[in-house]
Design a protein around this ligand. Structure first.
Ligand code: PLP
Length: 405
């Protein structure tokens, strides 16, 4: 008889978004007084840039001719040279040199953040920020690294509180050494971003303790402030302790197109083994690459037209973020984030919990947000508002929220 991976039975049944969906449906069923505006989603809404679409059309045409057809990608790390060069150039613009065989192109930062656990032992101590992007937690729970779930916390995870007091950036743990440390910057859900100095503390900690930092930089393209590094490899010492995940999803609207990349430095070794070699082995065995057509589309993101067009979409979202931040602040709420990220982390009014504030805004303003408590215990007392919506709808949502406060 086959036995299942019992760890799956320990997972809470996808609580946050199903519960939001349930409340929104129940409310809609009564007939909403105004059309709903959804500022809860973490998905982009602007279409692909014309330069990307053109590049994919051209690549699709090539696939239909014998002499330009491509089968399995045989190049280094599943990355066609043209895309790897473009990625290397984008790092070079920030003073970071990445070697050819350090860039692994994949179908998503979500998959890579989840799959990276394959190359690490099951008894590593995992540290996550609180609040957190749930993928880091759930994938470690599936692998058996999280222990038992008590309804709020996993027994074996080290939770690093990210609160207004510490600027939503965690301090290094004092009572237990964390072996694997997930850091997401710019952050989902808090919308804040780490400075070089803040990251340096963790890089030094990781090098001193032999830990590995798993750095999720999916929102790198939203960085506007010069003190915020675009890559953890801008921080001295990071190449011996960090793996970086990036994605075209939020950068260029690829959430439905699928393309991302992970940088595993060759200088990163543990137990005398190269993590780059292990990841290469893992990907070579379980993954067969991103479609040629999609890699051509991703390459076009870096072209002059592609840069102008994708930056315009990001400016559009960041302008929504500004509208939300200014509007809700003017209404007396305390609002964090939104400067280097498409997320606003909004403090609930005194004495109102996350879910109650979510309900209040849903029922009185017909605006859907996300309760912060759904991202971890330290998210209680906040809601997350996203800037990925339509500009006019966002403006209206802010006016409606202001009116009910
Ligand atoms: C959206 C998002 C990603 C991107 O995942 P893809 O699989 O590349 O679409 C990664 N990390 C975080 C924190 C995200 O919010």
């Amino acid at each position: 008889m086959a036995h299942i991976n019992q760890n799956f039975l320990k997972l809470p049944g996808g609580y946050l978004f199903p519960e939001i969906g349930r409340r929104v449906r129940a409310f809609s069923a009564e007939g909403t007084p105004m059309p709903l505006i959804r500022l809860g989603i973490g998905d982009v809404t602007q279409p692909l840039a014309p330069a990307v679409v053109e590049a994919m059309k051209k690549a699709a045409e090539e696939m239909g001719h014998k002499d330009t057809f491509r089968g399995y990608c045989e190049e280094t790390c599943c990355a066609y040279d043209f895309l790897r060069f473009a990625i290397q150039n984008s790092y070079r613009a920030h003073g970071v040199h990445i070697a050819d065989d350090e860039i692994f192109v994949s179908d998503g930062a979500k998959s890579d953040c989840g799959n990276i656990g394959d190359i690490f032992a099951v008894d590593n101590v995992v540290a996550v920020c609180d609040p957190v992007y749930p993928v880091y937690v759930d994938t470690n729970a599936m692998a058996g690294r999280a222990g038992e779930f008590d309804g709020e916390r996993w027994s074996n995870l080290v939770y690093l509180p990210c609160t207004a007091e510490n600027g939503f950036f965690p301090e290094v743990p004092k009572d237990r050494v964390a072996d694997l440390i997930y850091i997401c910057s710019p952050n989902n859900p808090t919308g804040t971003a780490a400075t070089r100095e803040q990251l340096k503390v963790w890089v030094d900690y990781a090098n001193a303790n032999g830990s590995v930092i798993l750095y999720d930089s999916a929102y790198e393209a939203f960085i506007t402030q010069p003190e915020v590094p675009h890559s953890i490899f801008e921080v001295e010492g990071a190449k011996t302790c960090a793996i970086e995940f990036r994605s075209f999803s939020k950068t260029a609207g690829f959430t439905g197109t699928r393309c991302a990349y992970t940088v595993v430095p060759k200088a990163l070794e543990r137990d005398g083994a190269s993590l780059n070699a292990l990841w290469n082995r893992r990907q070579g065995t379980k993954f067969n690459g991103v479609p040629y057509v999609v890699q051509r589309g991703a390459e076009a993101v870096f072209s002059p037209e592609g840069q102008a067009q994708t930056k315009a979409a990001i400016a559009y979202y960041l302008n929504n973020a500004k509208v939300i931040k200014e509007g809700l602040s003017a209404a007396g709420l305390t609002v964090y984030g939104g400067v280097n990220a498409p997320y606003l982390w909004v403090r609930t009014p005194e004495g109102i919990g996350s879910w109650d504030f979510f309900d209040l805004i849903l029922k009185r303003a017909c605006v859907v947000t996300t309760p912060g408590a759904g991202f971890g215990p330290s998210g209680e007392g906040y809601i997350r508002v996203t800037a990925f919506g339509d500009a006019d709808a966002t403006r209206e949502a802010v006016e409606r929220i202001k009116a009910v406060l």
